[in-house]
Design a protein around this ligand. Structure first.
Ligand code: SF4
Ligand code: SF4
Length: 115
């Protein structure tokens, strides 16, 4: 069974759509920030597929009979947005708009104090 998703307002959809170029910008122009953030990431993907439905449902997303998501491009090239999700707490918050009742398998350790 596919993931149960929330009904989103227009503004929420726009926020999710804006997240795409935001993450792309970070991946291309701020790779060090992304690496530092990913170093704080813990957990593993539960294959809920929520991050493949941010604003629009990706056409490469499928659900198996076991209810787990499958990316038909998984063995092929995928964008850094896909490979690195979630990159930050902000990504998780946006993803939670789509599936508030099904948590992502990842979380982030708090940032350490700045030296
Ligand atoms: S939202 Fe999290 S658990 Fe769900 S598919 Fe994406 S990375 Fe995996
Ligand atoms: S390409 Fe695959 S991983 Fe990326 S959003 Fe689509 S289904 Fe998800």
């Amino acid at each position: 069974m596919a993931l149960k998703t929330a009904k989103l307002s227009v503004w929420q959809r726009l926020r999710l759509l804006w997240g795409r170029p935001r993450r792309l910008f970070m991946n291309i122009f701020r790779p060090g920030v992304v690496r530092a953030s990913l170093a704080r990431r813990r957990g593993e993907c539960r294959r809920c597929g929520a991050c493949c439905q941010l604003g629009l449902k990706c056409r490469h997303l499928k659900y198996g009979a076991d209810g787990l998501s499958e990316c038909v491009r998984y063995q092929k090239w995928r964008s850094s947005n896909c490979r690195n999700f979630p990159m930050s707490e902000r990504d998780l918050a946006e993803r939670d708009l789509v599936a508030p009742d099904t948590p992502c398998g990842f979380h982030f350790e708090p940032r350490g104090p700045k030296a």
